[in-house]
Design a protein around this ligand. Structure first.
Ligand code: GDP
Length: 460
């Protein structure tokens, strides 16, 4: 469905910036924008070049602002429609006044994500690419930008296109088999069909499995900093952050809540969660904090167990046992033997090694900074950065569709292995195609589109 009315919105963030960009898109974009423009006629402005002029209220003749206008002609624009962009001074009054003038002249305010939705509707990009536009805009690190940009340029779509064509081959071979079933002619052995189905399943499984990493990269890799009160957790976070965000104090139990901050290491973003010490306590507020710490630990991809090497090594065994008990199966642990400036790390190293011989152990001094770079390197290694050409799924909707596609292709495989009739297998095959098609938007409904684009902001 291609909407033909003309929409407008401010595409720069809300508030007052140096400049603001007003975007107008639709069949009448150039005509409507022209009615509030005094300068070179917009229909004569060379595409994608700027021209200087005034924004004028056609009713009163008052000048609202001096601005630059850029014109893009369909289909050579982001939306695929005629588009005009005014770069105006950032005043919030100017912004709202220009929107008022445009609406008076026949524009409609754009809905959230409507520019991108139009780009999808006019075939400029598929749905997975359109969703990636939002991810590119929201990306906060080199790596989260890389996976979003790869998706926006069609990385996932191409891979799904290949799978789709393999499934269509499979479907054609099954149909041939059905057409000639009376004549007892075998067009493709079931082994060949099984090979194709297995291959598709493997690829779908790889894409689905990349989601947990993709999600972590997109949102920042969750790292829980756990350990006894006073072990130096806040000091360590500050060392990693190189600022004083967390509260540092030598009164046990100061960090009562979880504090979250992000640190970027070589283009990867880590979400550090400073947790309350996980000791037993009668203080109800502190107990709440401890409960939250345990939750953070369960959700973390990496846990840094901070050990106070100035305490008795028995404490170290206790804290590690607690961490092992409470963490999720996928959480990777790094043991940070802190306060090694005190020279008392050795017995703690032995205590850790006797419990978990393969533990990753780093000796450091959060206070003085030694060993902190080694910890940064360790975090990078554990984050397991995807290879440059790996396709990484980071969108929950795609993951869900891939999981459903996995189920139906598994039924296809079961059917082929059990020598079921092609008619029965064909339905599961259609389901697999359906679920993969949902990702790229080959199969979609207005409701799905509304849900997806309503998460965008107005102006995107
Ligand atoms: P938390 O309760 O685990 O967050 O511990 P803090 O970060 O608040 O630190 C508790 C105390 O240990 C503070 O007095 C810190 O200055 C001190 N501390 C932290 N790291 C080190 C270190 O590497 N060496 C020494 N000597 N003291 C440290």
């Amino acid at each position: 469905m291609i909407e033909s009315d003309t929409i407008c919105a401010i595409s720069t963030p809300p508030g007052c910036g140096g400049i603001a960009v007003v975007r107008i898109s639709g069949e009448n974009a150039i005509g409507i924008a022209g009615r509030i423009w005094k300068g070179k006629a917009l229909s004569n402005v060379r595409a994608r070049t700027s021209t200087l002029g005034d924004i004028v209220d056609p009713a009163t003749g008052d000048t609202t602002d001096t601005a630059l206008a850029m014109v893009m002609h369909a289909p050579h624009s982001f939306t695929g429609e005629d588009t005009v962009e005014f770069s105006v001074h950032g005043s919030t009054w100017i912004q709202s006044e220009i929107l008022r003038l445009l609406i008076d002249c026949g524009c409609r305010m754009a809905q959230p994500g409507e520019f991108t939705r139009r780009a999808f509707a006019s075939g400029k990009m598929d749905l997975a690419q359109a969703e990636a536009v939002a991810d590119v805009i929201a990306s906060t690190s080199k790596e989260s930008h890389r996976i979003a940009a790869q998706q926006m340029r069609g990385g996932i779509s191409r891979r799904l296109g290949e799978l789709r064509s393999q499934l269509l081959d499979l479907s054609a071979l099954l149909e041939l088999e059905l057409d000639f079933s009376e004549e007892d002619v075998e067009f493709a052995s079931r082994t060949r069909l099984l090979d194709i189905a297995h291959n598709v399943k493997k690829e779908v499984a790889t894409l689905a499995a990349s989601f947990s990493k993709g999600k972590a990269i997109k949102e920042g890799i969750p790292v829980a900093i756990v350990g006894n009160t006073n072990a130096g957790k806040s000091t360590l976070i500050n060392a990693l952050l190189e600022d004083d965000r967390a509260i540092v104090s030598d009164i046990p139990g100061t960090t009562r809540d979880t504090i979250e901050d992000t640190v970027r290491i070589d283009g990867m973003e880590f979400r550090l969660v400073d947790t309350a010490g996980i000791r037993t306590t009668d203080d109800t507020i502190e107990a709440l904090g401890i409960e939250r710490s345990l939750k953070a630990l369960r959700q973390a991809r990496i846990a840094i167990a901070v050990i106070d090497t100035t305490t008795h090594p028995d404490d170290t065994g206790q804290i590690l046992r607690r961490v092992e008990q409470e963490k999720s199966d996928d959480t990777l642990i790094v043991v940070a033997l802190n306060k090694c400036d005190s020279g008392t790390a050795a017995p703690h190293r032995l205590a850790v090694q006797s419990m978990t011989p393969n533990a990753r152990i780093i000796e450091l001094s959060a206070l003085h900074g030694s060993g902190v770079d080694t910890l940064r390197q360790q975090l990078l290694e554990l984050a397991d950065r995807p290879a440059l050409n790996d396709i990484v799924v980071s969108n929950a909707r795609h993951y869900e569709a891939l999981t459903l596609a996995m189920e139906s292709i598994t039924h296809v495989i079961d059917g082929l292995s059990a020598d079921l009739s092609g008619v029965l297998i064909a339905e599961d095959l259609r389901q697999t195609l359906h679920h993969l098609g949902e990702i790229t938007g080959d199969i979609t409904t207005p409701e799905i589109l509304s849900t997806i684009f309503s998460r965008f902001c107005i102006g995107k």
